[in-house]
Design a protein around this ligand. Sequence first.
Ligand SMILES: C[S@@+](CC[C@H](N)C(=O)[O-])C[C@H]1O[C@@H](n2cnc3c(N)ncnc32)[C@H](O)[C@@H]1O
Length: 253
Amino acid sequence: MDVPDTVATALDDRPVTGRRCLEAGAGMGNATAGLLANGAARVYAVTNDRDHARTTRRRVADSGGDGSGGDGSDRDNDADRLAVLEADLRSIPLPDGSVELITAHGLCNVLDPAALTAVAEELSRVAAPGAHLVVDDYDPLPDGAAIGELFAVENAASELARCRPALTFYPAAFLRRFFAGHNWEFDRERTLLEPVPWTESHVSAHADEAASMAAECPGEAGDALSATARGLATEIGSESVGRMYSLAFRRPG
Ligand SMILES: C[S@@+](CC[C@H](N)C(=O)[O-])C[C@H]1O[C@@H](n2cnc3c(N)ncnc32)[C@H](O)[C@@H]1O
């Protein structure tokens, strides 16, 4: 199974082998792939998006992983070690203290501050004493980043349609203090990408997302936001800017 470099770098100093792990916000299952490849005993991949749940299941099933991880060990098949749970992270269907390593890879930027707080409380509840937490995310974009304008349009459409932002880029220093406030001891910080390569497909996916939320907005505002998002995507094409970081924490034993 292909494991992105960002996930491999974030996990390479974490004790994954034999652990019960949670990927919080499974998306395309990138961290799930990394956890399975690193010998997790069990991976719970949680997402509230049905398509993402399906993609993560398929990705693991299609990899036909024999569990050897290439290191000759005799692990169970990848699919047998995975449970994809379609659920809200603000109410995780797992018992207290049941997981030993949690990843939030690219999750926090899609959580507004209220959701971030509720999710952090749940991650803390399901973490076993001594558990590890890996939070990988993006610093706020520097002034002048063209893609920042597209994200601003996406947020404007989301605010109008749903009364909340689509994206919030939390500085590493903020999340470090935030999780410390939820009783997670800070362990280390790493840079995963600098600059971040926002490819044409990322840019057009964000324009699509902005346009689909703009379609929910009443009146002319929606049409204007949609046209602006499409225009910006064409203008930008792709852009390399900003930083993706990895923070690691430990729950007191
Ligand atoms: C940007 S993707 C994360 C990428 C993924 N970790 C990866 O490495 O491929 C964010 C994921 O979090 C999920 N998500 C966002 N808010 C959520 C919530 N409140 N409960 C459950 N899943 C949520 C989204 O549906 C999506 O699957």
